[in-house]
Write a protein that binds this ligand. Structure first.
Ligand code: GUN
Length: 299
C-alpha cells in the first residue's frame, strides 16, 4: 500500500486527491505526445465530437472537451446536429468519420435523443477510433485484459487511485453502481490489478455493511450523498464519481457527489466533487485520442 492506508498516517487528516492537478499533469504529458507524433509522422491527432440536440449539460461537457483538446494541440472537429436528427443521418456521419484518415477518435456525446438507438450507433464506430471505449470490441478487450481503448472515467479513476495505492493485490474494493460507463469497466480494471472486487448497486441489500468492509470504495451510483460517514472504515480510500446538480433553498444550484464528504474525516483519502474524477475524465479522453493516433501509425 502507498501512504493512504499506512498506519503511520495521522487518522484525522484526510488526504484530498487533487484531480485538477493530476489532470493538468496528464494533459501536459499528452501535449508532449501530440508534439512528438506531429514531428515524427506529420500527422497531428484529431478528435471528431458529435453532439445531437441541445441538452444543456451535454453542451457544457462538449465545450470543455473541445477546449481541452485545443490546449493539448489536438484538433477537434465538432458536429452539432439538431435534436430531430434521424438515426440514418448519424450512422452515415459515423461511416464517413470511420473512413477519414485525418480523424483518429470519434466521440458521440450521450445521452442521444429517443429516436436514436444508442447501442446501434456506438456499435458503428470503428473500435480503433472508439476513444470512449464503449464499442463491444473494446468492452470485450477490457474484460479479457487484452488491450483496446479503455473508457475515460474508469481510466481516470484508476489514475487517481494509483496516486495513493501502490499495490491492489487482495484489497477489498466495493464499487457502487453497475453502469456500462463506470461501474462495470472500473470493476474489470481493479480485477486486473488483483483486487477483490464487489460490484453493488442501489438495490443491493445491506449496502452500508458491505461498503464498511472496503479498503477502497468507488461510488458511482449517481445518488447525492449516498455514502455516509458510517459506511466508510477508518483509513479507506473513497473515489466519488457521482456528480449531480442540486438546487439550494436560495434558488442557486451546486454540484454534489455520491459521498457525504464532510463526514469522511476518518477516511484515508477522498476525491472531491467537483475537482476529482471530472477533470481526469477529460484528460483521459485526450490521452485516448493520442493513443488511437499512435496505434493507427503503428507507434
Ligand atoms: N455522457 C456522460 N458521460 C459520458 C462519457 O463518458 N462519454 C460520452 N460520450 N458521453 C457521456
Amino acid at each position: 500500500m502507498a501512504h493512504a492506508l499506512s498506519s503511520s498516517r495521522p487518522e484525522a487528516v484526510v488526504e484530498r486527491i487533487d484531480g485538477r492537478a493530476m489532470a493538468r499533469a496528464l494533459s501536459t504529458e499528452t501535449a508532449a505526445r501530440v508534439e512528438a507524433l506531429c514531428a515524427r509522422t506529420g500527422h497531428c491527432p484529431a478528435l471528431a465530437v458529435i453532439l445531437v440536440g441541445d441538452d444543456p449539460a451535454s453542451q457544457v461537457y462538449v465545450g470543455r472537451k473541445v477546449a481541452e483538446c485545443r490546449k493539448a494541440g489536438i484538433r477537434s472537429v465538432e458536429h452539432r446536429l439538431p435534436a430531430d436528427t434521424g438515426q440514418d443521418v448519424l450512422l452515415d456521419l459515423i461511416d464517413r468519420l470511420n473512413l477519414d484518415g485525418a480523424v483518429d477518435g470519434i466521440l458521440i456525446q450521450l445521452p442521444l435523443p429517443p429516436q436514436i438507438d444508442a447501442g446501434l450507433v456506438l456499435d458503428r464506430i470503428d473500435p480503433t477510433k472508439d476513444v470512449d471505449g464503449f464499442h463491444p470490441v473494446n468492452v470485450g478487450r477490457l474484460s479479457t485484459g487484452t488491450g483496446g481503448l479503455v473508457p475515460c472515467t474508469p481510466l481516470g479513476v484508476m489514475k487517481l487511485l494509483d496516486s495513493v495505492v501502490a499495490d491492489y493485490r487482495g484489497l477489498d474494493v466495493v464499487v457502487i453502481g453497475k453502469s456500462n460507463i463506470v461501474g462495470k469497466p472500473v470493476a474489470m480494471l481493479l480485477l486486473e490489478r488483483e483486487a477483490t472486487v464487489t460490484v453493488t448497486h442501489i438495490e443491493t441489500r445491506g449496502l452500508s455493511d458491505i461498503a464498511r468492509k472496503a479498503d477502497i470504495i468507488v461510488a458511482a451510483a449517481g445518488v447525492p450523498h449516498l455514502v455516509r460517514g458510517y459506511w466508510v472504515k477508518p483509513g479507506a480510500i473513497v473515489v466519488d464519481v457521482g456528480i449531480t446538480r442540486v438546487a439550494e433553498p436560495d434558488g442557486s444550484t451546486r454540484l454534489v457527489g455520491d459521498c457525504a464528504t464532510e463526514e469522511l474525516g476518518h477516511a484515508g483519502a477522498v476525491t472531491p466533487v467537483p475537482g476529482g474524477v471530472g477533470p481526469m475524465t477529460i484528460a483521459c479522453l485526450l490521452s485516448n485520442t493520442v493513443t488511437a493516433a499512435e496505434r493507427a501509425r503503428h507507434e
